[in-house]
Write a protein that binds this ligand. Structure first.
Ligand code: 2BA
Length: 95
């Protein structure tokens, strides 16, 4: 099993959760803040069998979009569509 942790823009997070849910995936949405811009973003935690990681990555890639830090037009920072970490899960329990 893997844990996919994906930092995404607030504007994309809700749609991504809906897309994942429609495909039968369970996710947890956590409000987060980028360390560089100190702006809000969202982090999704998605626990999945190893063989479904590629499908998750495709859904993230299709749903999320890059954007700019619009409050600083003179020095716009490009923010990617999603920053994704895929981690091994030793054990998963639901009580
Ligand atoms: P932030 O840390 O607020 O970073 C927003 C954007 O600012 C980044 O977009 C990048 O384009 C730029 N940036 C970040 N650190 C920088 C630096 N030291 N110097 C110059 N420019 C810098 P993304 O790379 O697409 O990252 C979007 C968000 O994903 C980040 O928001 C952060 O919340 C998360 N993230 C990205 N890389 C990460 C990592 N290695 N570990 C943990 N979180 C990460």
């Amino acid at each position: 099993m893997k844990l996919v942790m994906s930092v995404v823009g607030i504007d994309d997070a809700s749609e991504l959760v809906d897309v994942l849910t429609a495909r039968g995936f369970t996710s947890t949405l956590i409000s987060s803040t980028g360390g560089f811009l100190k702006k809000g973003n969202d982090t999704l935690l998605i626990g999945v069998p190893d063989e479904q990681v590629d499908e998750i990555l495709s859904l993230i890639n299709e749903t999320c979009h890059p954007h700019s830090d619009s409050e600083q037009p003179s020095s716009q920072v490009k923010v990617g569509a999603a920053t994704v970490f895929v981690m091994d899960v030793d054990q998963h329990e639901t009580f």
